[in-house]
Ligand binder design. Structure first.
Ligand code: ADP
Length: 479
């Protein structure tokens, strides 16, 4: 059972808060957008109505000004008569002023005889036609004014107003419709945001809880995100990561237990030999022999820890800058190093290194591969045996082949020889100083350098190890 601490639990609720903040941002953004849309729609439709109204108002104004401009004398009576003949004008109010702005006629009867200095009248008195409008409470209030011209002289001006409740009502109903649609949209956005936030938070929390469980050490746990979106991908990636973590954890603990088991044997021997020297009365010769054995065991321990270190380095090594190298010089160097071993084991070398092909690898890595394979070829050979090393090219690959004429490897052991600490014949391997680590180091390095290793062996006849690397020139051609 996994208990999630309180502080961690509150951390999870923090994610919901983030989600809530995101949700609120969406709501505010859509609100602002809809508000702008509302204002824009309302303004545009008012202006559309105004544009159509303006033309007719100015035309009416000019018509009235033309008619009044025909009068010989301009006074309240003549103007009232002229206006009465303009029935088709149909405006809410009509005012006629003289050049000083004094009203000669007002259809509403309020301003007659007084000065009416409305902004439109002042503009008209400067000789311009003018039209303005206002929209309020469902009414479009339009005003227009034009100068009255008599034989090229301005003698006054005409001012008309119109209160249009029909068009005002239309504008109002359009505004209401747009507002209703906006409110509905905003409600839908809020609803979706809440739903989305809730689902998203719940799924995110599932990953967070899984992370907690994994942190507690349960690597078997898997998160099931469902769906088919980025969170599903995140969940799958998370599961992959957990799987890799589980594998490396298993490897690590297996390695630790294997290594301690292997190191225990020589340590136990050393202890046993030391105890024997202390407990029993021995002659000097036997003591010398026992101390010599202790030295051998210590030497074995030394070799084993060096190989363990080498294996750990090979497994942990990050990708390093490789060099373009030919394999032949390294093979020759290893042959020189192992010459003494070969002489002692009565094994002779046969090197066929002419068809060498360059590869991309670190010299040290190649050295380790060649050394371990050739050393095994000597160790597991027989007196008078041959160790042959061949370099050749096969299609786009450079091949290193190490063959011996030794005892060979049983078929059932072939699939295990690359495992750590695996030894076919423990007694023989131990006698020859084997640790069971050489081939696993070789395989790790080969794979790290994009190569492959294969083994072919016939019992009683010998074994052949074939290492294949992509040839450097072939790799260059590919890029
Ligand atoms: P070791 O240090 O014991 O040689 P390796 O990992 O190099 O460890 O080899 C694993 C085992 O595979 C050896 O113990 C040996 O039994 C077997 N083996 C490796 N190379 C050869 C070979 N050329 N001929 C026969 N057996 C071999």
């Amino acid at each position: 059972m996994v208990i999630i601490s309180e502080s961690k639990a509150s951390r999870y609720s923090g994610y919901s808060k983030t989600q809530f903040r995101y949700g609120m941002t969406y709501v505010v953004i859509t609100f602002v957008v809809l508000l702008i849309l509302n204002i824009y729609c309302s303004q545009t439709c008012q202006e559309l109505f105004y544009e159509s109204k303006k033309t007719s108002m100015v035309e009416k104004c000019l018509l009235a000004s033309d008619e009044i401009g025909k009068l010989e004398v301009l006074n309240p009576t003549t103007v009232a008569q002229a206006v009465s003949q303009m029935e088709s004008l149909k405006v809410t109010r009509l005012i006629v002023t003289d050049t000083s702005g004094s009203a000669l006629f007002d259809s509403a009867g309020e301003a007659a005889g007084t000065y009416v200095l409305f902004p439109e009248i002042l503009t008209a008195m400067e000789g311009n036609d003018v039209c303005s409008w206002k929209y309020h409470d469902g009414t479009v209030d339009t005003r227009a004014a034009a100068p009255i011209d008599y034989s090229g002289t301005m003698v006054g001006c005409v001012y008309i107003t119109e209160y249009d409740t029909v068009q005002g009502g239309l504008i109002q109903s359009m505004q209401r419709t747009v507002l209703r649609i906006s409110l509905l949209l905003e409600a839908v956005v809020i609803l979706f945001t809440i739903l989305f936030s809730f689902t998203f938070s719940r799924r995110l929390n599932r990953i967070m809880t899984s992370m907690r469980i994994i942190q507690e050490g349960d690597y078997t746990h898997k998160v099931n995100m469902g769906g088919n979106d980025e969170l599903t991908i995140l969940g799958n990636e998370f599961n992959d990561l957990t799987e890799r973590l589980k594998n490396s954890e298993e490897k690590r603990s297996r390695f630790v237990s294997d290594a301690s088991h292997e190191l225990k044997t020589p340590l136990a021997s050393i202890k046993l030999l030391a105890d024997s020297i202390l407990q029993y009365d021995m002659d000097l010769e036997t003591v010398r022999e026992f101390v010599g054995d202790i030295g051998d065991e210590a030497e074995r321990l030394n070799r084993m820890t060096a190989k363990l270190l080498s294996l750990t380095r090979a497994e942990d090594a990050a990708s390093q800058e490789s060099e373009i190298i030919y394999m032949a010089p390294t093979v020759r160097r290893v042959a020189r190093m192992l010459k003494q071993n070969a002489l002692q084991s009565k094994v002779s070398f046969q090197l066929d290194l002419d068809s060498d092909t360059p590869i991309l690898i670190l010299e040290d890595d190649l050295y380790q591969i060649v050394f371990n394979l050739m050393e095994n070829g000597i160790k597991y050979n027989q007196p008078g045996g041959i160790l042959s090393v061949r370099l050749y090219r096969e299609e786009d690959n450079a091949v290193l082949q190490v063959s011996d004429t030794g005892a060979g490897i049983p078929e059932d052991a072939l699939s295990h020889i690359f495992e750590r600490f695996y030894r076919v014949d423990k007694a023989r391997s131990r006698a020859t100083g084997g640790s069971g680590l050489g081939l696993s180091i070789v395989r790790t390095i080969v794979q790290r350098n994009r190569g492959e290793i294969q083994v072919y062996s016939v019992l009683g006849q010998g074994s052949t190890f074939t290492v294949t690397f992509p040839a450097f020139d072939a790799e260059v051609d590919k890029t």
